[in-house]
Design a protein around this ligand. Structure first.
Ligand SMILES: O=C(O)CCC(=O)C(=O)O
Ligand SMILES: [Fe+2]
Length: 340
């Protein structure tokens, strides 16, 4: 039985009525004890929506993650409030490590750039306690190490339950292409959407499917939207702070599952008509396959997981016209869902 720590979730800003996605909730405690009904439910949501809430309040690992989530927000408020010049010292011009300023990628609106900055910590650098990690992260090593380990445990639990539900054995099990001692692009990404101008050139986080296998996402604020194939429009995802994470399947897991699982199309827009009025924070832990894992993409092309990662990041920076020409940005899902 879930101990509900909080079920009064924030209302949409300004009291406006908006379309809200109806997502199922999966229980982490039940998955950890291999409850067959919960495992079946997990498979069903991953085959039909690819997006769901995960209730973290039903096991000690989840409760610790909820507490640490708050610690990470406090860190982010302090970190992103620093002057740009200071944050740029952490810019390693990398898709996997360090700081990225606002405006590197394409935004949600034609001829606009993105409106978010990020700080990334790769799992392999955390595992190696690498000196290359940002000093501010190293100063909070205990928090980040625990947070990333718990996020990893959650995503592996999902992966193992999905392997069970799909009846996979031996090397075909999904965990076998996500071995922790192999090189991968698995990482923690902290995202900050600063307030924007009315007529600014930066807006949102453009529509996309995630590159990797499973994304564990936290945010206490509105802005995330998912494309609903039934109604052919965007719906907001209700934030459920202090108790739930939002989980989604990414392209790599879709491809590894022989396209049985559904990699979901999503984006972030300011909830208040094109202008981000408050600072928005979100935290994503991206579990990705080993770099050498072999994927068959939406066009039937065989690619290494690391190449899919790099190609997709290059596409994030391309103009809309270019993005719309191929299947990379949305993992081919627009052919299935309809054009967003
Ligand atoms: O900021 C968010 O809520 C979502 C970010 C996201 O979709 C991503 O970084 O892939
Ligand atoms: Fe995403």
């Amino acid at each position: 039985m879930a101990t509900q720590r909080n079920n009064t979730w924030p209302a949409f800003p300004g009291g406006e009525q908006v379309k809200i996605a109806s997502l199922d909730t999966v229980d982490l405690g039940r998955l950890l004890t291999k409850n067959p009904i919960e495992i079946k439910k997990l498979l069903d949501v991953c085959m039909t929506h690819g997006f769901f809430y995960l209730d973290l309040q039903t096991c000690k690992e989840g409760l610790q993650l909820i507490d640490d989530e708050q610690g990470v927000y406090r860190f982010m408020e302090e970190y992103f409030a620093k002057p740009l010049e200071t944050k740029m010292l952490d810019d390693r011009k990398s898709f996997l490590h360090g700081f990225k300023p606002v405006g590197v990628f394409t935004g949600t609106k034609e001829s606009h750039k993105d409106a978010y900055e990020t700080l990334k910590v790769a799992r392999e650098e955390m595992d190696a306690k690498s000196e290359l990690m940002p000093d501010s992260v190293k100063a909070k090593m205990e928090l980040f190490d625990r947070f990333m380990n718990l996020s990893n445990l959650v995503n592996y639990t999902l992966l193992m339950c999905l392997s069970d539900a799909l009846g996979l054995t031996g090397n075909a099990r999904l965990e076998e292409s996500h071995r922790r001692d192999q090189k991968s692009n698995t990482c923690l990404v902290m995202l900050h959407y600063p307030p924007t101008e009315t007529d600014g050139t930066n807006i949102g986080h453009n529509k996309h499917t995630d590159i990797g296998s499973i994304t564990l996402l936290f945010s206490e604020q509105w802005g995330l939207q998912v494309f609903d194939p039934e109604t052919q429009d965007w719906k907001f995802i209700q934030p459920r702070p202090r108790g739930h994470a939002t989980i989604n399947v990414g392209d790599s897991l879709r491809f590894l599952s022989g396209k049985k699982l559904y990699s979901c199309l999503h984006r972030v827009i300011p909830p208040t008509a094109d202008v981000q009025t408050e600072d928005r924070y979100s935290i994503a832990y991206f579990l990705r396959p080993e770099n050498a894992a072999v994927l068959e993409d939406a066009d039937g092309k065989v690619v290494a997981a690391s190449k899919w990662h790099d190609d997709k990041y290059v596409m994030f920076g391309a103009p809309h016209q270019e993005q719309d020409k191929g299947t990379v940005l949305t993992g081919g899902m627009e052919t299935i869902l309809g054009r967003a």
